[in-house]
Design a protein around this ligand. Structure first.
Ligand code: ADP
Ligand code: MG
Length: 352
């Protein structure tokens, strides 16, 4: 382009009118398409003269700045005739960060380039945050792991003591507390260092049944009846049975804890075209909207001895299975959790 103009300048006296007309038409077409491009760019472009007056600005400039560029020019303190790059914070109409670059075009003009970098910035901050969290997490997991050994020793010695001292209220209480600590630690470690599921084709009904068998005594003791409803043949899913049993255990235990003496838990297993669906409903005390909004967040518990980790771990396990977990609840009306796991055929189809 530059060379072309130089050539035309050099020969302009010798060009005939027809030639000039043709060149003029070509140039005005070119200028029109450049103008259109200038007007539609997402980036803001301005050209300033040596006094800082605006010679040209595209519509993106006022959109990015949130005001007429004439009104912003002083505040921007643009270094004229210099190459520069900096970030500027904009608060109106919403908070965002712009990157401003200046490029001197010739002695007289400065090109200003504006770009919204809010999203990029957020991303890097998020990456930093995740990195820092990981370091703290590794440290916490290390400490938790170290606590496990002395706890183990305590529990062993307490059991020995119990054998020699016979039945003793305080030894029993110590054992119970140590067991509780071990439980908290186990949950904590599981939350910090989740292990990837070992997926194999299988039925979701099996871990549900195993979970109910494990909890049988607890459920009976509190006069809670459980009905298990299987709608026809349940298609197989890719499942880590141990991990899913843990999920069902966490959910049934929460239901049990949400009920006073007596009550009913319904477990319903069905399937649709895509998923196998397990719905666990209770008629316990339910939850308000505020509580539901923060569900699955770690350390949120309404219980004196709760850890607030059960649901978070459950959600993570279900997600690692490619599934989802949803909740519905109302205060006084009970709660139901719905777990969806993708049907095996669907997973296979997706992999193809
Ligand atoms: P924890 O049971 O240790 O408190 P969870 O992550 O398992 O931790 O549950 C978090 C909170 O969610 C519980 O403290 C309780 O307030 C609420 N919640 C969970 N399941 C139910 C349920 N079935 N009915 C009522 N509230 C529930
Ligand atoms: Mg729980």
């Amino acid at each position: 382009m530059k060379d072309f103009f130089r050539g035309v300048r050099r020969h302009i006296e010798r060009l005939d009118v027809t030639h000039l007309r043709e060149e003029y038409a070509r140039l005005s077409d070119e200028a029109a398409s450049l103008d259109a491009l200038f007007a539609t760019l997402a980036e803001g472009i301005m050209v300033l003269d040596r006094d800082g007056a605006i010679l040209k600005a595209n519509p993106a400039v006022s959109r990015l700045l949130g005001m007429d560029p004439e009104d912003a020019i002083d505040a921007l303190a643009i270094p004229l005739g210099k190459a520069s790059k900096r970030e500027i914070g904009i608060t109106y109409p919403d908070a965002r960060t712009l990157e401003m670059q200046t490029v001197p075009i010739d002695d007289a003009k400065t090109l200003v380039h504006l770009r919204d970098v809010s999203a990029e910035k957020e991303r890097t901050e998020e990456e930093l945050r995740v990195g820092a969290t990981r370091a703290v997490r590794d440290l916490a997991a290390g400490v938790a792991h170290e606590i496990g050994n002395p706890l183990n020793a305590l529990s062993l010695n307490l059991q020995l003591l119990k054998r020699t001292a016979g039945d003793d209220e305080s030894i029993d209480e110590c054992l119970r507390q140590v067991e509780r600590l071990e439980g908290i630690l186990r949950g904590f470690l599981q939350a910090l260092r989740p292990s990837k599921p070992n997926l194999a084709p299988g039925s979701v009904a099996e871990p549900v049944r195993n979970c109910l068998a494990t909890m049988k005594a607890q459920l009976e003791q509190r006069h809670i009846s459980v009905t298990l409803d299987l709608a026809g043949a349940i298609p197989p899913v890719a499942i880590d049975k141990d991990q899913m049993e843990q999920v069902f255990f966490n959910l049934v235990k929460n239901s049990l804890e949400a009920m006073r003496d007596g009550g009913e838990i319904d477990i319903d297993i069905s399937s649709d075209d895509n998923d196998v669906v397990v719905r666990i409903s209770d008629d316990g005390l339910g939850m308000g909207a505020e509580q539901v909004a923060h569900l699955f967040e770690p350390y949120r518990t309404s219980k004196e001895h709760g850890t607030g980790l059960g649901l978070m771990i459950s959600q993570r396990i279900v997600r690692d299975h490619g599934g989802s977990i949803a909740v519905e609840s109302n205060p006084g009306e009970g709660t139901s959790f719905t777990i969806r796991l993708p049907r095996l055929e669907r997973r296979v189809r997706e992999l193809k």
